[in-house]
Design a protein around this ligand. Sequence first.
Ligand SMILES: [Zn+2]
Length: 599
Amino acid sequence: MSDKNLKQRDQIPQEYKWNISAMYPDESKWEDDVAQCISRSENFKSFSGRLGDSSDILLEALTERDAIWQKLEHAFVYAAMKKDEDNRVDKYQAMNDKCSAAMAKVAAAMSFFTPELLSVPEEKIFKFISEEPDLSAYEFLLKAMLREKKHVLTASEENILAQMSEVTGATNDVFKMLNNADMTFGSVIDEDGDEVTLTHGNYITFMESHDRNLRKKAFTNMYEAYKKLNNTLATNYNYNVKTDVVSSRIRKYDSSLAAALNGGNIPLSVYHNLIKEVHEYLPVVHRYMSLRKKALGVDHLKMYDVYVPLVETPKKNISFEEAVEIMAEGLAPLGEEYIKQVRNGIKDGWIDVYENQGKTSGAYSFGAYDSMPYILLNYTNTLKDVFTIVHEMGHSMHSYYTRNSQPYTYGDHSIFTAEVASTVNESLLIKHLLATEKDENMRKYLLNYYIEEFRTTLFRQTMFAEFELLAHEEIEKGGVLTAGWLNDTYNKLNDMYFGPEMEDDGYIRYEWSRIPHFYRGFYVYQYATGYSAATAISEKILSEGSKARDNYIEFLKSGSSNYPVELLKIAGVDMASPKPVKMAMETFKSLVDELEKIL
Ligand SMILES: [Zn+2]
């Protein structure tokens, strides 16, 4: 749809727009809130030097700190979402800028809090907790903060590190500049015969094209560009990994992996088990690659044949109302309460459904602690959009349950647990569709869709995680990440993950150099663990019924009131054991078996 045909926001019926005015029925209150947060954070400085004086003072400070952030977050979320409604409106752009500045001011005014708290003797804090019942709500938070203590340096060392942090992020900035500003990828002739400039944005569309020449051209153009900068990108990544390693040593961690996993108190075994279990099931991926080769009818399978759907995308026209009914059927195993709340949420105005001029693209779930858990969509009546609603509704229901059960302190979710709630929903929906779909072509499409989710989330992200681990270990051993080392290591992993059917094209060895997530060390494994946990949970709910479901709802209520691995145990999965990943792999295997039968 061209922009000209796109509706203006005021042409869209109210029932399809989110009800954000519920956050500020009187918008003039917004300015007051922001100003009040700034002045309260100035007053907050009066706690400085007194946090260890008494349990009353500590409780008062913690409570005030939460209250300030809660109010400011409310203002921030409102401004951000108003801007997303129509990015062309100056007023909301200005409110966003104002809010960012206010957040920086508030953070600076309260920055003494953590270092000062960590300087109070631990026994004293535990004594405060035991004598003041209201402090018990903060017990986990305080203990989690104290756990970091041995990795916190002296005040003057911390000051030096804080000043150095302005330059330690340089490798990421250099990569972003190269990747988003300076690199160009030439042009390709698209399916309509038009010459189109190749970009990061349209690359994946071309990879899904049924025109093999187009796929090959886009792939070659893309990798030629990275190949030309191979040495520069290798040097940059080398220093990025070095920064992780040196920082972990300065903070007295055993390794860079231990440093990355420490914040969430994630056992190292979670990382290692993931890689080990995925290795065991690689033969199933190899079998899927053979099926792919057969279904596409190609003599030689290449990396540019990996993303094209094996079945033509079905042309379905699903209205939003129908999508809600499909969602309700798919999520029925989560119980009547859950579905009732989903419907109430939609009725109350959680969702902004359709695209309009100036609206932010994509989809998300967002909100403040004390607002509705809003959902932004750009719904276009496709089956993929139904999956998007179900995914975002998973996040929003997670927020809904958490915020109704937890205080503000534990009202959010870590990345490790957040994607579990959305993926459980997606996996329940696809299982429902596969169980009820009769049309053979549609079944093939759904199977392929589901298998691809596994391949791109579980296998691909684990391969990335393994690559990152090898790179960090190489530096820790005193090695250097040369272009040759990086290309060869990546190529070997790619061979191992895709198997003997995949032919080396001489290009995929450069793929490591175009992954932005590699500049955030040891992050991507959480996509794979989250996906495994979600698959295991949805299996449990379907096979064990109400007990497993009730446990899962308890997990949704738990917010960030404990470490992620502990929280997932409430839902019956122990990520420190290999079991959940194994369960997910078994699901993957059964899908490939079925696809093999019907292709
Ligand atoms: Zn998500």
